[in-house]
Design a protein around this ligand. Structure first.
Ligand code: ZN
Length: 404
């Protein structure tokens, strides 16, 4: 590990985290909101949620410890020697080191993830999967991650030999293009590996949903149904893809187990993301984040080689962790914007509140989450904030959300 890395890890990362304390969410009014639910529901949601946060901390500490270990001079040297062979190209050697490190980190994350991602869900009655099905999904997800990291690391090592000190610029361009490509292809190639997707048309209640989409200026054929009930009992909907593949998908559980007006409000929320170009904006911010990360990497590793690979991976992990509060703050802002759009489009405040309550009840959303967890981990505002917005009929601290 070089001295620049130590400065980064021990000075810059804590400084970045402290600087983001300004993004601490306002949770002051949340406590009066939980009156919507009885005290048993509040306690159950806390028991379910606390465990998940605790395991997030365990997993993060375990990943940090493993990456730190792999980054030590002795281990990174041993890894390089283990995969090196006479006449082997240094880029290939470094890529093999990267694959070994990724497999180590992913094996650890999968072993710990089994407790939090499977056993905990089973205990609370949320999963419909067998152990084998969960393992298959987890392996598939990690294989996709491995392919992405391997391609990026091979590019970094290649660019470092080809371009010298400015390796980070072409590497950033490569990863940015790759990211847009993955996001674009996700609905076509990646999502179907996990769930079956069927058209929305022809399902009960589909016509009203299609009318709502048309009202918001969205082509109804961009909506589909993800058959997730083989996996989970939770309810959800999402927007993903990019450009020509941008689409809205409903989990079949949501369509089967919610009232029609609640599903319409969930759709209106997703239409809000569409209307405000959140996927495009989010992608642009992610690309700028990638560029910033490569500037940091370029500063720490002027000439990355095979033995720097573990420390490179550790740095990337630290950058991701240190920027999580800012990333999630942006995400929560967009979610509030989409909620407000849903209210403006439908003007059905009661159905909005009811949809939030159903989702919170069925998914056992944390009703009174710790501010630290919201600050660090929440991509969506806490359910109490969302319900309060519907009841007060205005977005907190904002004048108008409507795009001109
Ligand atoms: Zn959303």
């Amino acid at each position: 590990m070089n001295r620049r890395f130590l400065f980064f890890a021990w000075v810059l990362v804590p400084f970045c985290l402290l600087a983001q304390l300004a993004l601490w969410p306002d949770m002051s009014a949340s406590r009066e909101m939980v009156g919507q639910f009885d005290s048993e529901q509040v306690a159950r949601s806390a028991a379910y949620g606390d465990f998940r946060y605790l395991w997030f901390i365990y997993r993060a500490l375990a990943a940090a410890a493993l990456l730190l270990l792999l980054s030590t001079r002795t281990i990174s040297h041993a890894l390089r020697v283990a995969v090196d062979a006479p006449g082997r190209h240094p880029v290939l050697t470094g890529t093999l080191v990267s694959i070994l490190c990724c497999i180590a980190v992913q094996s650890q994350s999968m072993a710990l993830g089994f407790k939090a991602g499977y056993l905990h869900e089973l205990e609370w009655g949320f999963t419909n999967q067998t152990v084998a099905a969960w393992v298959w999904d987890a392996l598939l997800g990690r294989l996709i991650g491995l392919a992405y990291v391997t391609a990026a690391m091979a590019a970094i090592l290649f660019m470092a030999r080809r371009f010298g000190r400015i390796w980070w610029a072409p590497s950033a361009a490569f990863v940015m293009i790759g990211t847009v490509l993955v996001l674009t292809l996700q609905p076509l190639v990646l999502d179907p590996l996990f769930d079956n997707y069927t058209p929305l048309a022809g399902r009960p209640g589909a016509e009203a949903l299609e009318e709502l989409a048309v009202e918001a200026g969205v082509d109804p054929s961009r909506m589909s149904v993800a058959e997730t009930s083989h996996r989970s009992k939770k309810l959800n909907a999402f927007i993903n893809g990019f450009g020509p593949t941008l689409r809205i998908a409903f989990w079949d559980t949501l369509l089967d187990r919610s009232r029609q007006d609640e599903v319409e409000l969930v759709l209106a929320h997703e239409l809000g993301h569409w209307h405000h170009d959140h996927v495009q904006t989010g992608t642009l911010i992610a690309l700028l984040g990638i560029l910033a990360m490569f500037v940091v990497l370029g500063g720490i590793f002027p000439h990355p080689e095979a033995e720097d690979v573990p420390a490179l991976l550790f740095t990337i992990w630290l950058v991701m962790m240190a920027s999580l509060p800012a990333q999630n703050h942006i995400s929560r802002t967009m979610e509030t914007q989409a909620d407000w759009y849903a209210l403006e489009l439908t003007e059905r405040f009661d159905a909005y509140v009811s949809a939030e309550e159903t989702l919170a009840r069925e998914n056992l959303s944390y009703l009174n989450p710790p501010s630290l967890a919201v600050w660090f981990l929440y991509t969506h505002p806490p359910v109490a904030d969302r319900i309060r917005m519907g009841q007060e009929r205005k977005p907190p601290g904002m004048r108008s959300w409507r795009k001109p």
